[in-house]
Design a protein. Structure first.
Length: 351
């Protein structure tokens, strides 16, 4: 088992895609060992922050090491080649090491030994070569300065470890419920899927994820009255709390106006009433924030198209397509996925 204050295990890495190979942890230096994957959105989102930390604390002896242990490809060689190209395309400014764990040995003695089941996972190795902290990379900014100046106490470390264990248990339960929902949906056992979604709501009442699934299942089961009640509450909560509101409202719009969804049984007046309110809020939020949101234009366009305002729908799809040309908004893989779909949508709108 690997825990706080344990000696850091070795890094058994056959291929170093960026930086010089790291054979051992040098006493007197600090290390952040980050397990990640290129397909993992939170992992990719954390990379610019790691770049900043490496630059900021380099003179303090910090070395950041990324370990890619979860890449997906038919063979290890293909995964390595694909990852190398991905790093070149997306992070040409990378200033820290990247190792490719092709055998799974490093994953075994770090991730598995610490009961870490999800990425990203950050480990901080202190100047004595021991694990001082491990958990979510979002916590590093708080922990690392204390480790550097010597104020990181064993009590704080134990409290952080207890929080990590609780968070991991919660995350594990979250994915377990999602697996139950997916299996029930594949079997077309809608009541079982709905029951699992309600279990998720009870576990995470403030999280919108399982409520979105609940609304979708209710509408699919033709319980439109309850389904719309859940959707209206989702809209109210998103607008009231304003935290990540647009993302939650986009999910609502996808349910009500997504072209792939069967909407024939949904009450038209109520569907369009919610659509109008949410569309106006989303577009105003995008305008107020000063930056375009690709998904915002995409989902709102369908509402305007079905409402009869085809010119407005075309304009919004064209804005969404313009977003695809900005790599800071949409990654190249996402662009390759969405562009043909947007072109087809635009052709449909134009007749």
């Amino acid at each position: 088992m690997l825990g706080i204050e344990c000696p850091a295990p070795p890094l058994i890495v056959e291929n170093w895609l960026r930086g010089e190979p790291l054979t051992n942890f040098e006493l007197g230096k600090l290390y952040i060992v980050e397990f990640w994957a290129s397909w993992c959105y939170p992992c990719v989102k954390a990379m610019p922050h790691l770049i900043e930390l490496q630059a900021k604390y380099k003179d303090e002896g910090l070395e950041v090491v990324g370990v890619a242990a979860y890449e997906k490809a038919p063979t290890a060689a293909e995964a390595r080649t694909k990852l190398d190209a991905w790093l070149t395309e997306n992070f040409s400014n990378l200033n820290y090491r990247i190792g490719f764990d092709s055998t799974g040995e490093t994953k075994k003695i770090w991730m598995d030994a610490s009961c870490s089941s999800t990425v990203p996972r950050s480990f901080i190795v202190d100047r004595d070569g021991h694990i001082a902290f491990f958990g979510n990379p979002t916590d590093i900014a708080h922990v690392l300065p204390k480790i550097i100046n010597g104020t990181w106490s064993s009590d704080e470390a134990k409290a952080a470890d207890a929080k990590r264990i609780a968070d991991d248990q919660r995350t594990e339960r979250f994915y377990s419920i999602k697996d139950t929902i997916r299996s029930a949906e594949e079997a077309k056992d809608w009541p079982a899927a709905l029951s699992a979604a309600e279990e998720g709501i009870a576990m995470m009442p403030d999280d919108r994820h399982f409520r979105e699934i609940q609304a979708r299942l209710l509408l699919q089961m033709r319980d439109t009255a309850t389904g719309f009640q859940v959707l209206r509450q989702l809209v109210e909560d998103a607008i009231e709390k304003r935290s990540d509101a647009v993302r939650g409202l986009i999910a609502v719009m996808d349910q009500l106006f997504g072209p792939e969804n069967d909407k024939a049984h949904l009450p038209r007046a109520e569907r369009f009433a919610i659509g109008r309110e949410v569309s106006e809020y989303i577009l105003n939020s995008v305008q107020d924030s000063g930056g375009p949101t690709f998904d915002s234009y995409r989902v709102v366009a369908q509402y305007y198209y079905e409402s009869g305002d085809k010119q407005r729908a075309i304009e919004l799809i064209e804005r969404a397509m313009a977003c695809l040309d900005d790599p800071e908004i949409v990654s190249e893989p996402a662009k390759q996925y969405y562009m043909p779909r947007l072109l087809q949508t635009l052709a449909n709108y134009r007749g």
